[in-house]
Design a protein around this ligand. Structure first.
Ligand SMILES: Cc1ncc(COP(=O)(O)O)c(C=O)c1O
Length: 402
């Protein structure tokens, strides 16, 4: 039996993978090349410098791995820590949970600070835990900047202040998988030691290119741990192998050539728009989505405005409604892909991703589709209310600052 043809473009509004600009897709259609040729560094060397700008860093070192974000979590942990090391982590959603799970499975001793889903990292509690750790046993603090499951953004600047105020030397690891390239990220200013990104969200590429920006402090710690017996095992993700090759423009193993060409073009898109404009655009689109949710009379999973994410809005459906049905209906009937509720919030929420390459009218398509799918499933929102609220807001708030 052949699959049903769905005419027109699919409206992809999951919070990653995101829509890929046409010019980035074209840039990825390349013939294979020798990745050890004399010409290859002309492509790769500028990528290391240019990618740093998206992380808000001039002092960091960029490593590019053929991996997804999960691999880059492992890269941060395995290059800097030893078996049994204590790390402090906040858990408030599925991705912070999965990273904690990985740390446990790698043999780290994870001190978990549970926060309510819909909130984020609590700098006061982090500061307290670090002040109590007078022996400095805690080697790293792990925070997910933008919890994609709940649509919550944590204040990394405040976390850094809490670490400094406690006078604690722990490394700061930040998962920026669904923030970097879309939300302001200041790796140098916040002294983030490992900032973690994947290609399929703000970088507007397919999944498969994992990016990490590593501080000089973390580089030194990784170098220092190389001879130690109890260091975590690392092979594929070992920064040392990359360092030997990257400065010459090469990689220790075969890189994904299309993704490197795609990255070059995606960075050009971001820089042409201007990073400040990119961040502003995400803020306006995020706010427009929240206006729609309020007009529907529904609530976001984010418990207070200070937690609102400008890349994903997680919408709580009324009690007794199965959100999974709305998501399936939106896809089958309207060719609209909405994000599913994960783990604790499965069936209770659906997500609208507003991350990457999108504008007012694409977002309004998703809001209209979500509205229709809810109405079709018996949720009594006022027809047109979300679209009206969002479009009124968008008319008054241009996407570009210029
Ligand atoms: C915040 C966050 N961290 C980590 C991941 C895992 O990344 P990947 O699926 O690329 O391995 C995701 C995936 O959506 C994410 O949203």
């Amino acid at each position: 039996m052949s699959a049903t043809r769905r005419p027109g473009r699919n409206h992809l509004f999951v919070p990653g993978p995101t829509n890929i600009p046409d010019r980035v897709m074209r840039a990825m259609v390349v013939q294979s090349e020798d990745h050890r040729s004399v010409d290859f560094p002309a492509l790769t060397k500028p990528l290391f410098e240019d990618t740093k700008k998206v992380f808000g860093s001039t002092t960091g070192t960029i490593f590019l791995f053929p991996a997804s974000g999960t691999g880059i979590w492992e890269s941060a942990l395995s290059n800097t820590l030893a078996r049994g090391d204590k790390v402090l982590a906040s858990r408030f959603g599925q991705f912070s949970h999965l990273w904690i799970d990985m740390a446990n499975r790698l043999g780290l001793d994870v001190v978990v600070q549970e926060e309510a889903w819909g909130t984020g990292a609590n700098p006061e509690r982090i500061g307290e835990a670090l002040r109590a750790d007078t022996n400095h046993d805690i080697k790293a603090v792990m925070v997910v900047h933008n919890e994609t499951a709940t649509g919550v953004t944590s204040d990394i600047g405040a976390v850094r202040k809490a670490i400094d105020a406690a006078g604690h030397p722990a490394l700061l690891f930040v998962d920026g998988v669904s923030s970097i390239g879309s939300l302001p990220f200041k790796a140098d200013e916040w002294k983030v030691d490992c900032a973690i990104a994947g290609s399929q969200k703000g970088l507007m590429l397919p999944a498969g290119l994992g990016v990490i920006c590593v501080s000089p402090k973390a580089i030194k710690i990784a170098e220092g741990s190389s001879g130690s017996n109890d260091r975590l095992a690392r092979v594929y993700f070992d920064w040392e192998d990359h360092k030997k090759q990257n400065h010459l423009g090469y990689f220790p193993y075969t890189p994904s050539l299309p993704l490197l060409y795609g990255l070059k073009e995606a960075l050009a898109c971001l820089f042409e728009e201007g990073l400040e404009n990119v961040f502003h655009r995400h803020h306006v689109l995020g706010e427009a989505t929240r206006q729609a949710v309020a007009a529907w009379g529904l609530k976001t999973c984010a418990k207070e405005p200070k937690w609102n994410s400008d890349t994903v809005t997680t919408i709580v459906v009324p009690e007794g409604v199965d959100a999974a049905k709305i998501i399936k209906h939106a896809y089958v009937r309207y060719n609209l892909a909405l994000g599913a509720g994960l783990s604790e919030v499965a069936g209770k929420v659906f997500r609208i991703g507003h991350v990457g390459d999108l504008n007012e009218l694409s977002l309004l398509g998703a809001i209209a589709g979500a509205e229709m799918a809810m109405l079709d499933n018996g949720i009594s929102v006022t027809p047109g209310s979300g679209v009206a609220a969002a479009s009124n807001y968008l008319r008054e708030n241009p996407l570009s600052k210029a």
